[in-house]
Structures are given as C-alpha cells and as structure tokens.
Design a protein around this ligand. Structure first.
Ligand code: BG6
Length: 524
C-alpha cells in the first residue's frame, strides 16, 4: 500500500449488529471430506481469531462408531493440515476441542434426533456429564454436510423431534436448556438438486420443518472476499456505474478454470458434470453480482431480489440457439504443468468408461433487460486445463474511430476491467498509453492487488459460518434464485441431450481436449 492510501479514512460498516451467536452447532456428515477439509478448519480459524462465540457447542453427527476423544484426534489432524492457522499449541487445541462432541447415529434413525432434542432441552444427563458443566445454548444450527439425498430425511427427522423452525413462533424452536427460547437454522451444501424439478422437491422437503428464512444454502463463491468486493467496487465508486451498461460494455467473460481433474469425486461428478457442478451455482452467481441493479439497501432480501431479476431476464432460447452458443468438452489423457501424465476423465475412478459427462462447459447468455440487452456474457469453466484462475472480465467498447483507432485498427486494445477472484486476487484495468520517446500506443495495466493491502484473506467458509451464526443470509442462496438458475442449466442439458455426444462440438457434441490444454477462447 502506498503512503497516500494509508492516510485515507476507513469507513467501517460494522455497526455492531453483526454478531455470531452461541448455538449448538450440529454437523451431519461429521466424518466426511467436507467436514474435515472445510467446516472444522474454518471453525478452528474462527475460534483462533476470536470470532467464534465462546459458548458454542459442536456436535458431530455421523454413523461411524467413534467416541469424543478419537473424533477430536481425527479433527486435529485435519485442522493442522487445512486450517489457515494450522500451527497451534496443544493448549489452544484443547480449549477449542473440548467443545466438540460426537454422536453416532444413522441419519435416518429417530433415536439420534431424540438425543439431540434431549441435549438441547438439557434432559440428557449423560451429555451434561460429558460437557463438564458447560451449558448448552438455546439456539441450534444444523449443518447438512451430506449428499442431497439425505436433506429431506434429516429435515423431516429434525422436525419430528421438535427441532424444526417452522410453525413454532417467530424465533422458531422449543424452549432449550434452562428454559430459554432459541432459533433453529439449517445450512445446506451443494449440489442443491440435479435439475429444477429435484431442487423444488428438496425445497419442499426442507420447508416441511424449516421456514425459508431459516435455510442457508451455501455457494462458497459468495464467501470469497473478492466476490464480495464486487458489490463494493460497483456501488461504492462513481467511476464504474455510469459505464456499466450496453452503451459502453461490449461483452463480459466469467471464467473459472482449474488445473486439477476430478480426483476421487467420480461417483458424484459423473452424474453431475461441469454445468451442474459449477455453472448452475458459482458462475451464475458471479453473473448476477456483476450485472444486477443497485439494490435498495444492503439488507439480504434487497440484494437477493436484484439477483433474481437478473435471472428472470436471461433470454429463453430455442435448443438450436443454445447449442450454437455453448460448448461442452471432456479431458482425455494429457500432461500437467510439470510434465506428469494425467489420465483421461474416462479412466478416473468411479467414472463410466463410455461417459459423455462434460468436464468443460462454455455458455453464452444474454439478458433481456434495459441495461445489458445485446451484451454477450460468456460463462466458462473446466477442469484439467493448463492454468487455474477465476475471474470476471468486462470488455469495454473500442473508442470511436477518429484519431487513434482509425490508424491502429485491432492493435488498439479495448479497455478491460478484470476482477480477479483467484489466485492473485485483485482488480486490473487495461488502458492504452503512449510509448515514451516514440509516437506509438501500447496497452498498459493498473493493477490493484489484495495481497498488498491485506496480510490474509479469510477462507470463504469462515465468513459463511460466521454469517449463518449471526443470522445474515446475504451470502446464501434463496430458493427462487436456485430455481431460476436451474432453468438455465436445464435448458442447456435438454439441448445437449437432444444431440449425439459424438457430433461436432459446434453442433453440441463433446469436444475431447487433452488434459493440460490451454484455456480455450471462443468467439462471442
Ligand atoms: C466446488 C465444485 O463447488 O467448487 C468443485 O464442486 C470445484 O468441482 C470447486 O473444484 C472450486 O472451488 P474453488 O474455491 O477451489 O475455486
């Protein structure tokens, strides 16, 4: 940071209203990958950063027979590996982990849920003894880190045990330990269905026990600092908004590319594919934040209402137009950046040998609205490419031909604004400048880098967990957002299904690309 910017005043938006509250934090799928890699390391980092309420009690709920001590040991290994503050003392770990308990139960067995109800109501003497005098908070947050096939069962069982939020008063929930009333919240992970119909069914199943306002659907991209910055960049500045429309913007590119293949996730991925795994949620959310109108206020519903309006304005296209505006691809054997061999997608474990599931997708959409009508927005994502990055690039129109453009033609570059989400988080503005000493023009870049102004960027899961405990749903997906996003992906999937995967890629067939290929560029 330069000296000048250090002297600028800070406008702190924290009005003290944001406060993660103590709760019984129940993790379903407590022994799974997500719990170990993301949820517990984030909880630990929140604890180490003094953000986690001191009275929070965590219960890991899963089938495996484990006791508190061995579960804590497993979690310690994961926190050492995955937590941002992975170097901690035994004392620090002890003071974090003594709030973690393990409950072994089938996800479907009512007994496990009665036990939870007893714990919350303070009726379980055994738990009280294990908790060594800690009192259980009256609030409860249920984190569903399990496949969507279990969402309905868990919500139903919670509701039968009297632990749902719907229908029991404004705060929801029953009187808890020591007779206090508390809230009940449900956090659900993706994938949220595999099409619009199944997403609707999931929502109906969750609404069975929980009011919509108490359901927090995670899209971890929304928890990323650089994604949150989109709102700040657009609406806390006056230079961008006047040019943020079809008069000045020629096209928008939203891209998320990864170098890794699908790893061990074949079982899930092969029945999902890139469109369901990434486009339906992360890329479409980025599009909403990039193109939405200024919300009436910063409250969650105002922001989510604006996102829904964007989704409603996505043009509905005939299948043949969808095919001409999209590409799907799958990686075949190739090489990674170190020259190591990468096996073909079809040779990955738990992938069908003749699978036509896409590991790359690109879709061009347009918004039928006043601001962006006629501006192509390309959404592209893929696995096993040569580079790993996530970014939004706004391509501005060329200057009028008079003066420089008339002489330079295509060598006069468009202005672009790149919002770099990862890995080198920042904002880059490309502009044309005179080359010193000669009458020539060359593009240059102004680069703002987050790493220069901040020592660390919090992990998305830290932010999202803290927000869920604080009851702030801004960064979570509302049911109608998910439904509208599915409409786009359902139409794409239906268009692909109508085409032979062996057809030419321009006609909707599968493009086979060697792992390690350069990120593709398609014409707008
Ligand atoms: C997940 C997808 O939601 O996002 C994964 O299921 C993908 O397939 C991941 O790898 C990418 O997230 P990030 O934060 O690494 O860009």
């Amino acid at each position: 940071m330069n000296e000048k910017s250090e002297s600028y005043p800070l406008c702190n938006l924290d009005n003290g209203a944001f406060a993660p509250e103590a709760a019984l934090f129940v993790v379903f799928g407590a022994t799974g990958d997500l719990a170990h890699r993301k949820i517990f390391p984030a909880l630990f980092d929140l604890f180490a950063g003094d953000i986690l309420p001191r009275d929070l009690i965590i219960v890991g709920f899963a089938r495996k027979p484990l006791d508190d001590a061995s579960y804590r040991e497993d979690l310690k290994r994961s926190c050492v590996k995955y937590a941002r503050r992975g170097k901690f003392s035994d004392r620090q770990w002890e003071s974090f982990s003594n709030r973690i308990f393990y409950l072994a139960s089938d996800l479907d067995a009512p007994a496990g849920y009665s036990l939870l109800a007893d714990i919350i109501a303070g009726r379980d003497a055994g738990f009280k003894a294990r908790a060594k005098g800690r009192s259980c908070p009256a609030n409860a947050l249920f984190y569903l880190a399990v496949g969507p096939e279990h969402f309905g069962t868990i919500a139903g069982r919670l509701s039968e045990a009297g632990l749902g939020s719907a229908g029991s008063g404004a705060a929801g929930g029953d009187a808890g330990w020591e007779g206090r009333k508390g809230w009940r919240r449900l956090v659900v992970e993706k994938p949220y269905g595999r099409d619009g119909k199944s997403a609707l069914a999931l929502t109906a199943a969750l609404h069975n026990g929980f009011a919509e306002k108490d359901i927090y659907r995670i899209d971890h991209y929304l928890g990323k600092e650089t994604v949150q910055n989109l709102l700040y960049l657009r609406f806390a500045n006056s230079v961008f908004e006047p040019v943020w429309n079809r008069n000045h913007i020629e096209s928008i590119d939203i891209s998320v590319f990864e170098t890794e293949g699908i790893g061990e996730r074949g079982g899930y991925y092969d029945s999902a594919g890139a469109a369901r795994d990434m486009l339906q949620n992360h890329l479409i959310q980025l599009m909403c934040l990039t193109t939405m109108e200024p919300p009436a206020s910063l409250d969650p519903e105002s922001i989510r209402d604006e996102k829904v309006k964007v989704l409603q304005s996505v043009s509905r296209l005939l299948p043949r137009d969808i095919l001409s505006r999209s590409r799907r691809g799958q990686y075949v054997a190739g090489r990674d950046s170190e020259g190591g061999q990468v096996r073909a997608y079809r040779d990955e474990s738990r992938v069908r040998p003749d699978s036509t599931t896409e590991t790359f997708v690109s879709l061009r959409v347009e918004l039928d609205n006043w601001r962006f009508s006629g501006v192509p927005i390309r959404l592209s994502t893929g696995k096993a490419f040569a580079s790993k990055f996530s970014q939004i690039v706004i391509h501005f129109r060329r200057p009028p031909v008079a003066l420089f453009a008339a002489q330079c033609g295509d060598t006069l570059m468009h202005n672009t604004l790149t919002i770099r989400i990862q890995p080198d988080e920042g904002v880059w503005l490309r502009f044309n400048a005179k080359v010193p000493g000669i009458p020539a023009i060359k593009a240059s870049e102004l680069r703002f880098s987050y790493r220069e102004v901040a020592d660390y960027l919090p992990e998305a899961y830290e932010r999202l967990i803290a927000d869920a405990l604080a009851g702030d749903s801004t960064l979570f997906i509302r049911a109608d957002e998910s439904e509208h996003a599915w409409r786009i992906v359902d139409a794409l999937e239906a268009a692909w299904a109508s085409m032979d995967a062996h057809a030419a890629p321009e006609q909707g067939g599968l493009l086979l690309y060697p792992a390690g290929s350069a990120v593709p560029e398609f014409p707008a």
